[in-house]
Each structure stands twice: as structure tokens, then as C-alpha cells.
Design a protein around this ligand. Sequence first.
Ligand code: ATP
Ligand code: MG
Length: 349
Amino acid sequence: MALKQGDKIGILGGGQLAQLLIKAANKLGLKTLVFDPNEDSPAFNIATEFICEPFSNQKALESFSKKSDIVTYEFENIPLATIDIITPHCKVSPNREALKIGQNRLLEKAFINQLGINTARYSQISSKKELLEFCKLTASKSIIKTTTSGYDGKGQVVIEPGKINTAAIEIIENTECIVEEFQEFHSEASIIASRGESGSVLTYDSGANLHKDGILINTTVPSKLPKELEIEMALIAGKILNNLDYIGVMGIEFFVTSQGLILNEFAPRVHNSGHWTLDGCLINQFEQHIRAISGWPLGSTNRHSNIVMTNIIGEKITTDIKENQSIYSYGKKEIRAGRKMGHINTIHE
Ligand code: ATP
Ligand code: MG
């Protein structure tokens, strides 16, 4: 059943993505209730209501779900046990299966490969011996990643051929990890896709992404990728969303290589590389997500401007902005190295 004016959206996680989802919900006449264990959550400032409790607090979660008309999440590392407490009382969108796969790199890669979509060659590893065996199969560098809980390149170690360092051994012996072949890509790109209750899928134009040390620095649209790659990304997105019976917005990241597109990962939520849509489209990714999970029709994903989205990372929000720039501050109290403080959308020719 579609949400109506004044209904309440429960959001798990209170970071900047929740903040931008709340703004979209408010615009549409909907209320919000944010759940996050961190008392400094940026989204608490603008949510209709918030609950500051651990994701394991059953009583608080029950109250949260009874007060919500639909529950969604702003990051994929929400424990599945949390979802299981909510589900008897309130529908969760995107669904549990999408979250389960999206939060575990092993499940994610197996799922993607089973759909006939290419990923980097990978293997689960838990010992130096297994790592050595994997490295024998590949002439290039490899990259170790924690199977779960990674974001912004955290929990990743790159290893040169034949040179296994102590950081690599430490991480695989202490945490569940995968190793994957390092991709010597030409560029990185992503696509933001959405699927509504009716099963219709709409994608935004792909963005060209620049990362440094695993953190997204900027996204440029148009991506200037060949048309056939744009189409391939949209078709891949449709395949994934349909297969998961997905409702909401998803961000899908790719490496563009001489062998074609290699899917890096997907995020079952709104995505940093889709922040350009705030100033490039009539309906941005946040509003699209709210429309989708509310059972409303999706909006146009047409792009009306050329944009570079630049993250403000580990530094103060600048006031030195030009007339063609739109700035977003997440209102985070503490500036830390590598922390996303805001972003700027610059409209260009
Ligand atoms: P986020 O969730 O913030 O996007 P993450 O921590 O889940 O990041 P990934 O997306 O897997 O991590 O990796 C972050 C970045 O590290 C990639 O965008 C890319 O620049 C680089 N990277 C990751 N895996 C590979 C690989 N196999 N080959 C080359 N570069 C890689
Ligand atoms: Mg990524």
C-alpha cells in the first residue's frame, strides 16, 4: 500500500545519506524517524524524531518499527538480526536478501557471477598458504578486503606480486577476508538505478568516478564512456534489481578495463556517486528512493546539466564558492582525516 501524506519513514543509520533522504521525505510531505547508536548522528538534527540506541536493542527496535510505516536503511552494514526484529512489525525496503548479499563481498560476487556478470577473479582466504596459492594464479597485484563491514576503502590491503607484507597476514588471520585480482582499469564508473513497486526500472546517466586511497574524490557526468558501455551498465542494473525483486535506489560500481566492464560492488542504498543528481535532475536519487519505497511512481531520471560532484574530505567546509556551485554541508562536529564533511556540485559547460 502506498504511503500517504504525514506517514513516517523509519531510517536505520543517521549519517549524511539519511540526512539527504530526510530532506527528500519532507519535500514529499512524509515524516521520518532515524535510528542510530551514535549520539552525534548528523541526521538527528533534522529528523522528525530519532532513537539513539544500539542496533541490538530489541525493545527500541520494536518501538521504532511500530512507529514507522516503512523502514529503509542508509548503509549496508546493518546487522541482519536488526532487520529480523523489525520485519514482524513493519516492511523493510530494500528487502533483506538485497541487504544480506550487499553486505558480504563473497555472497555479492557469487550472486553477480551467477547472473553472468563479470567480477574480478576472487577467493575467500583465511591463511597465508591460501593467499600464496591465489597469488600464484595471477601475475598482477592482488587486493585483500574484509568480507564484511568495509567502506571508503577501509579494511583493504594491496599486495605486489610475490611480496606478501605483514599488514596482509595480520588482516587475513584476524578477520574474514577475500582476495581479488587488482584491476588495471582505464577508469571507474558507476550507475544509480531505481526500481519501483510496479517493477519498473529507471537508471540515471553513468558517472565517471575518481577514487584516492579507496575514497571517492569526485564524480563527473557525463562520464564520456562509449554509448554501448552506458547501455551495458543499465542492462546489468536491470538484471540485478529484477533478480532481487528490489525496491528503492541502488548504486553499482564498475571498473572499465580493456576486457570490458568488471563489476566492483553494489550498494543497496543511495550512493555517494549519485550526489550529482541533487543538481542535475528534476528527481534526485534521494527523492527517487523515497518515492520507490513509498509505493509511489518513480520520477524522471533525465539529466539537465553537466556536473562535477566533489567530496569535501577531512577539511572544513569552504565558504569560497562560485556562482555555478551548490554546496552541501553534513553538519558533522568533528573533522577527521578521510571523513566526508560535505560535497560541492559544480555545473559546467
Ligand atoms: P565504498 O563502499 O566506499 O565504495 P569499499 O570500501 O566497499 O568502498 P571498494 O569499492 O571495494 O571498497 O574499493 C574502493 C576503491 O578501491 C575502488 O573504487 C577502487 O578505486 C579500489 N579498488 C578496489 N578493488 C580494486 C581492484 N580489484 N582493483 C583495482 N582497484 C580496486
Ligand atoms: Mg566501492
